[in-house]
Design a protein around this ligand. Sequence first.
Ligand code: PBG
Length: 334
Amino acid sequence: MTLPFPPAPYPLARPRRLRSSPWVRRLVAETTLTPADLIWPLIVHDGTEDRIPVPSMPGVDRLSPKAAAEAAKEALALGIPMIALFPHVDASIKDAIGTGATDPDGLIPDCIKAVKDACPDIGVMTDVALDCYTDHGHDGVLEGNRIANDASLERLAEQAFIQAHAGADVVAPSDMMDGRVQAIREALEANGFHDTLILSYAAKYASAFYGPYRDAVGSAKQLTGDKKTYQMDYANADEALKEVAMDIAEGADMVMVKPGMPYLDIVRAVSETFRVPTFAYQVSGEYAMMQASVARGWLDEDRAILETLHGFKRAGCAGVLSYFAPKAARLLGA
Ligand code: PBG
C-alpha cells in the first residue's frame, strides 16, 4: 500500500517522552508498590532449634515461636502490615483427622501468642486447613479414599476458632471445601469473634507450584494422591468468579488467588468484578524457581523481585503474600 502523502520526517506522537527521565517515569506511574502491600509468610516449627533452613526454599527457614516473634518485629520495622503463619509439626502428632490442628496449646496458638506479646501492632494471619496435621497430607478429613466435605467443615471451623481465640486477626481458609467460609464465620460469630477477619483462598488452584512448601511443612511425604477433587482446575477462569462470589456471600472480608504469577488474569477478573480487597500468593514454587535462576546468575534477584511484585499490583491486587517480603521492603527503601 502506498500512502497518499509522504511520511512525516519525524513521529508526531512520541510515547518515549514520558519515559525520558526517572522523575517523569515516577510522575506518570500508574501503580505503586510499598511495604504496606506485602504479607510475609513464615514457616514455624515445634522443634528445638530456632531456625532450620528449608532446602527447597533457599533463604527461608523454619522458625521457632521465639524466632517468629523476632521476624514479626523485623516485619513491623520494615512497614510490612501482616505476617502469615504456616506450621511444620512433628510427624508423631499427625493422624487421620488432624487432631493437632485444634489443640489450643499447639504450635500455632503458641506462635500467635509469642508474636502478639512481642509485637502487638502487627497483623497475624493463620492458615485454616488440616494438611499440616494429617497423616495423609490432605486438607480435609479422609473417608475411604474421598475427602469428606461436611465432616471437614466441623474440623476447620474448630481450627479457626482456636486460632481466633489465641489472638489471630485474620483466619485464612486454604482448604477449598464447599461451605467452609460460612462454617467458619458462624463459629466465630457464635463465640463472640465478630471482628475476626476472614481472608479466603477463594480461587485456589491444584498446582505444581506448592511442591517446595509441602517440603517446608513436611506434608509432601504424607500426601496420598493429589488435591484435584477440591482445589480448582487450572483450565478454569469463570469458576474462580463463582468461588469468590460464594465466599463473599458466606462472610469473607478479603479474597485470594493462588498461585500468583501464572494466574494474574484471574486476579484482574476478580478485582474488577467484585471490588473487594483481592490478594495473591506468590507461592513457594514461584519463589524457588526465581531463587534457582538467581543462584545460577541467570536472573538479577532485586530487579526480578520488584518486577514480579509490581505485576501483582498492576493486575489489581490490594497486596501480595511473598517469601520475598522482607527483601522487597528493603529494596523499597524501608
Ligand atoms: C495448605 C496450603 C498450601 C499452601 C498454603 N497452604 C499447599 C497446598 O494446598 O498443598 C501453599 C503455599 C506455598 O506453596 O507457598 N492448605
